[in-house]
Design a binder for this molecule. Sequence first.
Ligand code: HEC
Ligand code: HEC
Length: 602
Amino acid sequence: MKRLGLALALLGCVAAQPSPYSSQRPGGANSDPLENPRDLSGRSVKTARIRMIHDRYLPGSSGWLMEHDPWLAYQWGRDLGRREFSHADGAFGDSGRLGGKILDDQATPLMSRDHINSCVACHNVPFRDMGAGMTIQKNAGSGRNTPHSFGGGVVEMIGQEIRSQLLARADLNQDGWLSFREAEGEAWVAPMPGERQSYGRYNDGNQDGRPDLNPILYVWYVDKGGQRIPWARNLKAAGVAGYNFEVQVFGHGQRDRVGHGALSSTLRAVSSNAWDIHSGLQAHDPTASTEVTHDGLCKVSYCGAQQYYTGFTRDLGTVCNGHGVSLDDPDRDGVCEEVSEGDMDILEFHLLNHPRPAQKVDRRFLTGQRTFGAIGCTECHRSQWHISNDRRFFDLETDFQQGHMTGQLHRLSGGPRQFVGIYSDFRHHDMGDDFYETQYDGSRTRAFRTSPLWGVGSTAPYGHDGASLCLDDVIRRHGGAGQAARIAYEGLSDPQRDDLHHFLQGLVLYSTDSLPCDIDGDGVVSQHLLVCGQDTGREVFNPEWLFRHPGQIEGVVEAPDGGTIISRALVNVQQAYGLTLRGLIDRDQDGFPDMLRVLSRR
Ligand code: HEC
Ligand code: HEC
C-alpha cells in the first residue's frame, strides 16, 4: 500500500489524508482506518470537502460535470446535502443566536441559528436522501416540521410554470411586469390543458393596497420602468406603477412579510438560505445575488432556473481575491467563501433531479384513491400537473408488485411533461383555527400551502407544525376552506376510511441507493450487476455505477468479526470522483482547488 501511495504522489494525486476535522470515509478494507477512515458499505461521503468552481469549460467545474459526467455532478450535489460540515469548513459561526428574517413586530427574529451541520440531519427520513424530518424552532413556539425534497425539481418547475402562465395572461406588452392598467381580471392557470385554477385577481379590489392574489405569490412593487422599489410595501407607495411576483412553492407558508416573503421559490435559494441559517455556512453565489437590471430578477442558473432577489446570499463578494473568491466572511469565523457558486450549481442540480416519491399501487390503493377524489380532497390536493419544459436529466419510475418495489431509470431530454400523483394545488388556504400559527411576536399565520401528499405515507408527524401524529388526526384537523371535505371524511364508513388511509400510506418515500432498479436499461433488475469487472450484487440505483469512470468496488474481503463480506468501498475514488480533474485538485487540502491559489483563511 505504501508503495502505491508513493506512486500516486508522483503522478500528482495524493490519496487525500483527511484532517481531524473531516467526516468523509474514502477508505476500504485495506486502508489504515486511522489515516483513511473507511466504510465498507460504501455509502458514506468519500471525498474531502472542496469548493466547486462555477464554470462550464474547465474540467471538474460545475457546468462541465453536468454536461460531461452528469451522474458525478448529481452525486457531488448529493454529497453536499449529506456532508457533515466542520469548523474548518466554516460551520457554526453564531450558534445559539436568534436570527433569520424579522416578524411583524419588526423586531423578533424568525428562528435560532447554526444548530445543525448537515442538511440530512433534519431531512432525515429516509437517511441519505433529503427526506422529511424533525420539527424545529421556527416562526412559532409550535414549531415547523421538515418536509421532504423528493421530486423537488418537479415542484420548482411547476412554480415556474404557474408564474409564466400568470404573467403571460396579463402582461400584454410583454415587458415582464404588470402595470396598473394590465393588472385586471382573474388570475388563473391551466394546471392541465383545458383546466382552470384560480390564484385570485390581479387588481386590488379590496383596497388594502395589495393585489388580491393567493399568498403563495410573493409580490414586489416596481416603478414605471419596471425597476424594483425596495422600500415600497404596497401599490399605494410613491412612485409605484405596478408589480412583479414569484411563486413561493416551497415551505409550508409564511405571513406576507415586509422582508423577502417565505422560503424562496427556487431550490437554489432555499438551499443557500438553509445553509446559512442552519449551519452558519454562507454562500458566495453571484448567480442568485446579481440583480442585473434591478427588476427583481437575478440570473438564470446553469440548471435553467430563473433566480430572484429574494434569494440573495449574505456573502456578496464585496472584496474578492484575484480569482474571484470572496474574502467577505460575513460571520467572521475566519473561513472565506464557505459555499461557492459552483457548490450551489451542483446542489441545485441534485435537488432538481432528485427522484419523485413512489406509489404502492394495489386494489385497495385504487379504491381509497377514488374515495379521496369523491369527497373533495382533490379540490386542493390536485394530482396532475403539466409543465412545458422538463429540465431534469433523468426520471426514476417505480413499480410495486407483490409487496416489492423496483425502479426503472429513464434518461430525459427536455420537452413538455405531465406529472401524476403530486396532490397539491400549490396555493395557500385558510384551514381554520386548528391550524392557525401564533408566531413568536403574536402575529398569526392563517393560510398554509396545500401540502403535496406524495410521500405522505413515510413522513409522520403531519401539519406545518408536526403536531398531528397520524393521518387521521391531521385530516380531522381540517377546517376553514377544508371543512366540507373533513365532514365528508367523517361521514365515511370505517372500511371506506381504511381504504383512504391505505391509499395515503401507499404514497411513500424510499432509500434511493437501495432501490432494486434497472439502471442499464436492459429491462431487468440483475441479481449480479457487474461494474468494472466486480460483482456488485443486486442492481440498485447507486449513482457511482453510472459515473463516466464507474466506481470499482473492493469485492470480497475478510471482515474484522470473521468470515467474508462484499466490500462496496471503492478502490478508485480518485478517478471515479474526478479528483484528478484540474478543477478538483486540492493538494494542500485547504478546501479550495489548487488552481484558485487562495488563502482560505484571512
Ligand atoms: C434544522 C433543520 C433543517 C436543516 C439543517 C435543513 N432544512 Fe430544509 N427544511 C427544514 C424545514 C423546517 C423546512 C420547512 C420550512 C418552513 O416551511 O418554514 C425545510 C424546507 C426545505 C425545502 C423545501 C421543501 C418543500 O417541499 O417545501 C428544501 C428544498 C430544503 N429544505 C432543502 C434543504 C437543504 C438543501 C438543506 C441543507 C443545505 C436543508 N434544507 C437543511 C429544516 C431543515
Ligand atoms: C381547502 C383545501 C384542502 C382540502 C379540501 C383538503 N386539504 Fe388536506 N391540507 C390542506 C392544507 C392547506 C394542508 C396543510 C396544513 C398545514 O401544513 O398546516 C393540508 C394538509 C393535509 C395533510 C397533511 C400532510 C402533511 O404532510 O403534513 C393530509 C394527510 C391531508 N391534508 C389530507 C387531506 C384529505 C384526506 C382531504 C380530504 C378529506 C384533504 N386533505 C382536503 C388543504 C386541503
